[in-house]
Design a binder for this molecule. Structure first.
Ligand SMILES: NC(=O)c1ccc[n+]([C@@H]2O[C@H](COP(=O)([O-])OP(=O)(O)OC[C@H]3O[C@@H](n4cnc5c(N)ncnc54)[C@H](OP(=O)(O)O)[C@@H]3O)[C@@H](O)[C@H]2O)c1
Length: 319
């Protein structure tokens, strides 16, 4: 297990020149901070965003701060698998995929393909994106020993989560918090299973997980409604750390040479609510390989995306 120095910050990110990153949800919060710091350290960054105006604004803000930033935006709506496919087709090589975008605790909503939104966008959208980008990750990882990696952003709220296999779309019993936990639990099952499958195939691509603790972003204000939203507004003002602090965990996972595949990175203080990055442990239920296999197969069926782990043979196929 990696030992991360106490007090790791964005200043510790090694130079990333020549590396291409895709950051989903990069126009806001943790994704924005991640894209900006990657660009500051020399990476080429594709901001994968669903709203072009917000993307333009984010690029302007990054360039105001980092004039040499090599950043661009492309359209990606994780709640629409057609959009995920169209986006993936534009990316031939990627050294780092940061599966960051997310929606939290909205009233029950369905994706374009009819899946519950939190499971559909937070998990299925990223599952499909990763499978479709596997050849692009392989293309990057194969060159001169440069490693490629996937970082999937979960949450402390994955703890106590479960997969409602008999009511995945919440048609019978939906709760905004329960279905957020389900989606973040699915992120962990996915990230760990991806690590196992990459290792088994001998693929030199790492899969890591990260969570930010509690960081004040748009997340708490865009999904929840009513009293929940009010409570979160107060929490953001009084308890949360900044988005820049929250982004450190995923930045470490995405860039540090010592970060190992299968590791979960989160804040080291206040029961993982705040602080600089350290290695944290997932909920034991999220380490169950049989549960992960069941979710993987279901996700393949639901998205039509099948990962092809055989090196240099082919690509993930969309059925
Ligand atoms: N902040 C925290 O305390 C906290 C705690 C635990 C985990 N997390 C996780 O951290 C990640 C980043 O969240 P954040 O806190 O930075 O929130 P945020 O500021 O609301 O950013 C979320 C980003 O995801 C994008 N997004 C939402 N639905 C999308 C979709 N269907 N397709 C494409 N992009 C979509 C949003 O786009 P728009 O701007 O267009 O809405 C936004 O860019 C999430 O996965 C979240 O679950 C956050």
């Amino acid at each position: 297990m990696t030992s991360i120095k106490d007090g790791w910050t964005a200043k510790d990110i090694p130079r990333q020149d020549g590396r291409v990153f895709v950051v989903t949800g990069a126009n806001s919060g943790l994704g924005f901070s991640t894209a900006r710091e990657l660009a500051r350290h020399g990476a080429t960054v594709v901001l994968a965003v669903r709203n072009a105006d917000k993307g333009r604004q984010a690029i302007k803000q990054i360039k105001d701060e980092v004039p040499a930033a090599d950043v661009d935006q492309r359209a990606l709506d994780l709640a629409d698998l057609d959009s995920v496919r169209a986006f993936a087709a534009t990316v031939p090589t990627v050294h780092g995929l940061v599966n960051n975008a997310g929606v939290m605790m909205p009233p029950r909503t369905l994706t374009k393909q009819g899946f519950e939104l939190q499971f559909g966008a937070n998990h299925l959208g990223h599952f499909a994106l990763t499978g479709l980008l596997l050849p692009a990750l392989r293309a990057a990882g194969g060159s001169g020993g440069v490693d490629a990696r996937v970082v999937t952003v979960s949450s402390g709220l994955h703890r106590g989560g479960s997969i409602h296999f008999d009511d995945l779309d919440g048609a019978r019993a939906y709760s905004p918090t329960g279905f957020y936990s389900q989606s973040k639990f699915a992120n962990v099952l996915f990230g760990l299973e991806l690590d196992r499958r990459l290792r088994a195939a001998g693929e030199p691509i790492r899969s890591l997980l990260a969570h930010p603790g509690y960081a004040a972003t748009n997340l708490q204000l865009s999904g929840p409604t009513g009293m929940m939203k009010l409570g979160m507004r107060i929490g953001n003002a009084l308890i949360a750390q900044s988005a820049d602090m929250g982004a450190l965990d995923q930045l470490y996972a995405a860039t540090d040479p010592g970060a190992e595949s299968g590791e979960f990175i989160g804040p080291r203080r206040m029961r993982e609510q705040r602080g600089t990055p350290t290695v944290v442990q997932p909920d034991p239920n999220a380490t169950d390989p049989e549960l992960a296999r069941r979710l993987w197969e279901l996700s393949e069926e639901m998205t039509g995306v099948h990962f092809d782990f055989a090196p240099a043979v082919g690509t993930a196929s969309g059925k």
